[in-house]
Write a protein that binds this ligand. Sequence first.
Ligand SMILES: Cc1cc2nc3c(=O)[nH]c(=O)nc-3n(C[C@H](O)[C@H](O)[C@H](O)COP(=O)(O)OP(=O)(O)OC[C@H]3O[C@@H](n4cnc5c(N)ncnc54)[C@H](O)[C@@H]3O)c2cc1C
Length: 379
Amino acid sequence: MDFELTEELQMLKDMAYKFAKAEFPNLSHECDEGEKYTPEIRKKAAENGLVGAWIPEAYGGAGAGMLGNTLITEELSKVDMGIGLNIVAATFGSESIFQYGSEEHKQYYLPKVCSGEWVSAGAFTEPNAGTDVAGYKTRAVKDGDDYVINGNKMFITNGTVCDYMVTQCITNPDQKKHNSFSLIIIPADAKGVTRNKIHGKLGIRSSDTAEIALEDVRVPQANLVGKEGKGFYQLMHFFDTTRVMVSGQALGISEACLEASVKYVKERTCFGAPLGAYQMTQMKLTEMAIRIEALRGLVYKAAWLIDAGKPDYTLAAMAKFFGGQTAVFCANYAVELHGGYGYIDEYDVQKWYRDAKILELYEGTKEAEIMTIGRVLQA
Ligand SMILES: Cc1cc2nc3c(=O)[nH]c(=O)nc-3n(C[C@H](O)[C@H](O)[C@H](O)COP(=O)(O)OP(=O)(O)OC[C@H]3O[C@@H](n4cnc5c(N)ncnc54)[C@H](O)[C@@H]3O)c2cc1C
């Protein structure tokens, strides 16, 4: 058993942090306030091998595995989780192409997202079904060599900036619910696709989020990813990996909250002594540190297991659940430790407080993780 990162992974981690520190801070406030997406940084990150780092070199990625990608996510999220998301989620949805797509799909799509030329999206959630993954209604009907797709997708990351989206559709309505879905690639510029940016998010405001309407969208049947009727199960497998990425975000933002808090309590004086001298302050820092340490173990192990070819979806759900809770917990304490200053935008902690909450919502709410874990415990 070895808890050390390899020299290569440590270098990748350091490089990602250096990149984020050099590129993000100048834009952070502007992007948060103006809900600005960051294509230039994504392209620069791609030049540095930070986009799609989990994708093997044969398909244009850095071949850093899921652990490498998680380390990148952690480091970028320490500086700005929203801008970091624009980099690590530039390949979002393409995990299914890698897992289940044909060789042609992989050769065609993956190099273009890794190079920063293209962006992908995973369009699953619908206005009336999020947690209930088997409740989606978008329908794809065969017509000649094509599918004709109708439906609506909601809260889609990269929705207005993506070049293609991997979409969950009902293709086999006669089959039992879980056997009725398929994943299909839809080019973003296909006729009948309407994309509207969603404004007014609480946090990760530099990330692009959209509502997408699909009206008689025609795509070739060759755009089917994996097996027809197996989309539900393929999507569950997809979440095994993407939940680890999200827990990496949680780790990074939690670490940032602790670091900023430690710095602040050393500088701030209350009742004639540094704030950090008081045991109630130390209790808050300690609780943050313990949770972060425990989270790191969960996240790295879940990522490492994927690279070892033994993905553990329960562990990924645990990492995601505990990650969201840890991030919200740490951000809350960070704001409290900063007192009134924590509530204004002169200090990053107010932004991290807003950003952190999404980690308990997307890629499965914390309740969805409990359902996953709870089922396995009783199996
Ligand atoms: C910024 C942002 C980005 C996103 N990006 C994407 C994306 O790229 N692609 C994508 O497909 N989706 C995306 N989502 C959607 C996200 O995954 C969903 O919002 C989430 O899964 C919850 O679905 P919902 O909003 O429909 O809530 P609902 O499913 O309606 O749930 C509402 C509440 O009820 C709880 N609940 C539901 N069922 C149960 C139950 N059986 N028992 C107890 N509690 C329950 C939920 O946990 C939640 O707390 C994004 C969302 C946001 C906000």
